[in-house]
Design a protein around this ligand. Structure first.
Ligand SMILES: Cc1cc2nc3c(=O)[nH]c(=O)nc-3n(C[C@H](O)[C@H](O)[C@H](O)COP(=O)(O)OP(=O)(O)OC[C@H]3O[C@@H](n4cnc5c(N)ncnc54)[C@H](O)[C@@H]3O)c2cc1C
Length: 394
């Protein structure tokens, strides 16, 4: 079997990585998933997150492959982790104010850095891995070098950032979002909130030195870690409200397909398989990172083959209407754009398109439509539904 890249993004690489990982996705994953053996040694986990985040590979097919190899009991631990991703997406989609609040908190904390030299120095040391806490400094370097951190390491870094270094969680979340190859507004923001004790009221995650030594093969002996979690102040989370509605895709009407890194695998969706796609575009403004550029290039090639349509790079969404006109249509179809910076920009894009006689329809995946209604409360409310959901989805 060809060896797959460590952190795949394109569909072919992600499928190769999945094939390599499947044999370990059962009991071995449940047993080994929390150990961090160091860079280049993350063999117990799938490392599929950068591809799943962009949907060059889908949750459904990953779960299907693991279920087929191990059955529901042995695969339960891995499947549950995949559902965590969907849970965070669905939870934030139904409480978008938490994202807005995070952005405001990040900006306020950034402004505080200019007024508080002590805070600014601690922040600088954290970002450059010069805190003197060996594990933390290593992980900050690993993140910068590889764009990846093991889940358990992310939890330790976030906890030390908040409770030992006394830094605002929003600055840590912003650093992760910027550096992670799988950076995702929902998984990242809500995981930081979970560690800080803001997701499950009053329940924070406190890193423990002895446990870090044990889970890293004795590589680290961190000193001076906080022994108490002082939970940052925050207003209660709003109640869940329905996610935003979008113009539905008209399956009989010619379409310009706009591919973004939010869903770079639309040809896998049965509901879109026979859409009369006249042309496919991606925006250079969406290809700011190497991973996004690779995912979009790959998605354009697959879409061109699937719909037998020409592809085109445009500079930005401002050129969508002209591209649609060039393709002889006024319907632009894209994958649902979940809460995050791209969704923040959408109302202005939609208004400009509408002024030019175009409609922007978003396709919500069957997986999201089925799972998100169960993401209104805690994860365990969703977990109970997983067996029933799998009957339909996988
Ligand atoms: C502070 C913090 C920040 C995080 N930021 C992100 C982020 O920006 N983007 C992101 O994709 N994940 C994030 N996670 C979740 C998790 O760490 C990664 O998804 C996981 O480490 C990716 O590695 P993997 O693909 O090898 O995971 P595996 O263990 O192989 O899991 C398979 C898949 O399940 C999903 N998954 C696994 N664990 C989680 C989890 N705890 N929460 C949500 N989904 C999960 C991912 O899609 C992952 O690819 C964060 C976690 C923490 C604690």
């Amino acid at each position: 079997m060809a060896s797959a890249p460590s952190f795949p993004v394109t569909r072919a690489d992600a499928l190769a990585r999945l094939a390599q990982f499947v044999p370990q996705a059962g009991a071995a994953y449940a047993k080994g998933r929390n150990f961090d053996h160091g860079p280049g040694q993350h063999r117990a986990v799938s490392r599929l997150s950068a591809a799943l985040r962009r949907r060059t590979i889908s949750e459904a097919e990953v779960v299907r492959a693991v279920l087929a190899a191990h059955g529901p009991e042995a695969a339960a631990s891995f499947i549950s982790e995949v559902f965590w991703r969907t849970y965070w997406k669905g939870w934030l989609e139904q409480r978008p104010a938490i994202w807005t609040r995070y952005l405001a908190g990040r900006d306020a904390a950034t402004a505080r850095l200019a007024r508080d030299p002590d805070l600014a120095a601690r922040h600088r040391d954290a970002l450059t891995g010069r805190t003197g806490i060996d594990a933390f400094d290593h992980w900050i370097g690993e993140l910068a070098e590889t764009g990846y951190l093991h889940n358990w390491a992310r939890m330790q870094v976030a906890s030390i950032w908040i409770f030992t270094l006394g830094l605002p969680w929003q600055l840590g979340a912003a650093h992760f979002l910027d550096q992670l190859r799988d950076g995702d507004p929902a998984s990242n923001t809500l995981s930081w909130r979970w560690v800080a004790g803001l997701h499950t009221a009053g329940k924070a995650y406190l890193a423990d030195a002895a446990r870090i030594t044990a889970m890293t093969d004795g590589r680290f002996h961190p000193r001076g870690l906080a022994t108490q979690a002082i939970i940052p102040g925050d207003a209660p989370a709003p109640l869940a409200a329905p996610w935003r509605t979008t113009p539905a895709v008209d399956p009989g009407r010619p379409a310009l397909l706009w591919i973004t890194p939010e869903d770079a695998g639309l040809e896998q969706e049965a509901a879109l398989a026979r859409l009369p796609v006249r042309a496919v575009v991606a925006c250079r403004s969406d290809a700011g990172t190497a991973a996004d550029a690779a995912a979009l290039d790959d998605a354009l090639a697959r879409a061109a083959a699937h719909w037998n349509a020409p592809v085109q790079w445009i500079n930005s969404p401002a050129e969508l209407a002209a591209a649609a006109q060039g393709a002889g249509t006024t319907q632009i179809v894209t994958g649902f754009v979940p809460v995050g910076l791209r969704a923040d920009a959408l109302p202005a894009i939609r208004a400009a398109l509408s002024a030019q006689g175009c409609v922007l329809a978003e396709h919500l995946r069957a997986w999201d439509k089925a799972v998100w209604p169960h993401c209104r409360r805690g994860f365990f409310a969703l977990k109970q539904e997983i067996p029933a959901l799998l009957k339909d989805l996988a």
